[in-house]
Design a protein around this ligand. Structure first.
Ligand code: ADP
Ligand code: NI
Length: 220
């Protein structure tokens, strides 16, 4: 069981590495988001028979090279490569972990439309699941509050699509974000296990919106 032990040690050390990188984050990428994505990724990996170590490592590292968090993605990527080498993660696992976190960070970039490995699909699903359901609603409200935006503007159609300029000017609300992003995530899940979880979380979003609008009108 030497191999398993050393993977356990690598995971523990990587947890500390990630915690130090995310300390003081105010962009919604706090440690607990990482911890939830990790838990989901481990559970999905078991159900989908994906490599657990790769999924767990990629889940831990998935936000540390994101341009929303770091000034220079190339520098941050270099640090992750150096970290994996230092931990003596083997070359093929390292390459796979790195490919996953790069595909997840550079959204809509050169990797758009690229077919992910099973492990990549699992970690992407885990990250997307954390954006829906009760947790997803809480994250959306926190994000909206941090941006100083209102939770809802009744004169705006919730399904209205914002132009980039309107978005930059802060003309976005928490409720609009449901229609811009949250309600579309269910159909983007890669794996059957994530589709099942997403169905429950999606139903909760819809129930929440029904209750929200009814309360807004004073109907309930
Ligand atoms: P990630 O990098 O984890 O995929 P984001 O950085 O896009 O996610 O968003 C972090 C959290 O903030 C998510 O829960 C997301 O739904 C929420 N969020 C992102 N953009 C908005 C927005 N315009 N309004 C409200 N919530 C948002
Ligand atoms: Ni994330």
């Amino acid at each position: 069981m030497k191999q398993t032990q050393s993977e356990q040690v690598i995971l523990e050390k990587t947890e500390d590495f990630v915690k130090s990188k995310l300390a003081g984050d105010t962009t919604g990428h706090d440690w607990w988001h990482i911890e939830r994505v990790r838990t989901l990724a481990v559970s999905l990996a078991a159900a989908e028979k994906a490599n657990r170590f790769i999924c767990e490592m990629a889940a831990l590292l998935h936000d540390v090279i994101d341009d929303k968090l770091v000034a220079d993605e190339a520098v941050a990527t270099g640090e992750v490569v150096a970290w994996l080498v230092e931990q003596q993660v083997n070359a093929s696992d390292s390459a796979e972990i790195l490919a996953i976190i790069q595909d997840m960070s550079f959204k809509g970039g050169a990797n758009e439309g690229k077919v992910l490995s099973l492990e990549g699909q699992v970690v992407q699903d885990a990250d997307r699941l954390d954006a829906i359901g009760a947790i997803g609603i809480a994250r959306t409200m926190i994000y909206t509050g941090a941006k100083g935006r209102p939770m809802h503007l009744p004169e705006k159609q919730p399904r209205e699509r914002l132009t980039l300029e309107q978005y930059r000017n802060g003309e976005d609300t928490a409720i609009m974000h449901f229609y811009e992003k949250l309600l579309s995530l269910k159909s983007l899940m890669n794996t059957p296990s994530a589709q099942m979880k997403a169905a429950q979380r999606h139903a909760f979003l819809e129930e929440y919106l029904t209750q929200f609008f009814a309360e807004w009108q004073g109907e309930r």
